[in-house]
Design a protein. Structure first.
Length: 387
């Protein structure tokens, strides 16, 4: 803001003889003096004194009015209010480096005789003599068992295998008498949880019946553990998180445990699809046996809609062998669906892909594959015509 100039009558000096002072507007006294006739003698001297007095008073007034007023110091224009800088929190000092926690006694790898190792009670995962096992046997012959089994001591003597059933079998088939193990004291709940997680993470081919039984064992173990700990967590959510599944998937797999052995085997053999099998698991065991017979006789599994009707009729106590045969002989009106789970597709697509993007990519690849099949079949047809 520019400084304001002080108000003043001019730069002339304020003295009685200054002609500029006489040019100021006249006061009543001055007007009276101008209107009188010339004065002589003592009266003249008195008139001069009076005039000088008036001029002195006038000069004092002028000096008073022309004195510069005290000015306020100019302030810079107000801008936006400056915010005090936010003090960033000081980075936390990392704790002093230290070793990871270990059990009371440091675990050591020991070689135990195969005859001292016993299978886990109610172990849900079967040890199959398949191509995968044969490849493991060759690896054990060449390099030995590279990952020790986890075992826990039994009160009756020997050790129970928590993780390592296939490694034990491969060692046996490879001709070894012992194998490396880590002996660990664990509660039943801890052993079940580790057994399930290790097998589901390490095995490539898991049957639906194996997964169903394993998840049920893990759920029951976590429920017992939660009851003692009182942590208030939902057990099925814990199981789903540990096995990278949804709660709904966990519930459906666990429901499969209510299938009769014949129907469960059909699910493992892929004669019955997973979703219809879940619907059949709600049906009473006696009627499930009739359904298994009908499937074997007709060599045809129920569709999803047929399984839902069978379930509804069973709940209404209207299901019997004749009704089952009637439903199973009906021509399937629905189009069979091919269902690919997100877990199956995750190995081909990243996590950032949406279901729609995955579908579009699959359809595009199938179109390319179909075109390649036409190119392959065309020369074959041509050669047949030449014959």
């Amino acid at each position: 803001m520019a400084k304001r100039n002080p108000k003043s009558p001019g730069s002339a000096k304020n003295t009685p003889a200054d002609e500029n002072l006489i040019t100021e507007p006249t006061t009543p006294d001055e007007a009276t003096l101008e209107s009188e006739q010339p004065i002589e003698g003592d009266n003249l001297r008195q008139a001069q004194e009076d005039l000088l007095k008036v001029l002195d008073e006038k000069a004092a007034d002028i000096q008073k009015n022309s004195a510069p007023k005290k000015r306020r110091e100019a302030r810079p224009p107000k801008g936006p209010k400056e915010e005090s800088p936010v003090k960033e929190p000081e980075p936390e000092t990392p704790p002093e480096s230290k070793e990871a926690p270990r059990p009371d006694e440091q675990e050591q790898i020991v070689y135990l005789n195969l005859s001292e190792l016993y299978s886990f009670k109610d172990h849900p995962f079967s040890v199959r003599n398949d191509d995968e096992m044969r490849a493991m046997v060759e690896s054990v012959k060449d390099k030995g068992v590279t990952q020790p089994a986890i075992v826990r001591p039994l009160e009756s003597g020997g050790y129970e295998i928590v993780s390592g059933h296939r490694r034990q079998k491969a060692s046996e088939l490879a001709g070894f008498t012992d194998m490396p193990c880590i002996v660990r004291d664990m509660t039943d709940e801890q052993a079940i949880t580790q057994m399930v997680e290790d097998n589901t993470n390490q095995r490539e081919n898991i049957l639906p019946s194996e997964r169903a039984k394993a998840l049920k064992m893990q759920l029951d173990a976590i429920k017992r553990q939660g009851a003692r700990d009182g942590n208030g967590q939902r057990s099925n959510e814990v199981v789903a998180e540990r096995n990278k599944m949804t709660v709904k998937q966990v519930q459906r797999y666990i429901k499969l445990n209510e299938l009769t052995p014949d129907l469960m085997k059909m699910v493992d053999d892929k004669k019955i699809a997973f979703t219809p099998a879940v619907e059949l698991a709600f049906i009473k065991p006696k009627n499930q046996e009739y359904i298994a017979v009908a499937i074997e006789g007709q060599q045809s599994a129920p569709s999803l809609s047929q399984a839902q009707r069978l379930r509804e009729l069973d709940q209404n106590k209207m299901l019997n062998p004749d009704v089952i045969d009637g439903i199973m002989t009906e021509q399937k009106k629905e189009v069979d669906k091919v269902i690919l789970s997100s877990q199956e597709l995750s190995q081909f697509f990243g996590k950032d892909k949406t279901p729609r993007e995955m579908k579009d990519t699959i359809m595009e690849l199938l179109s390319e594959w179909k075109g390649q099949q036409k190119d392959i079949s065309a020369p074959e047809k041509k050669s047949e015509q030449e014959k």
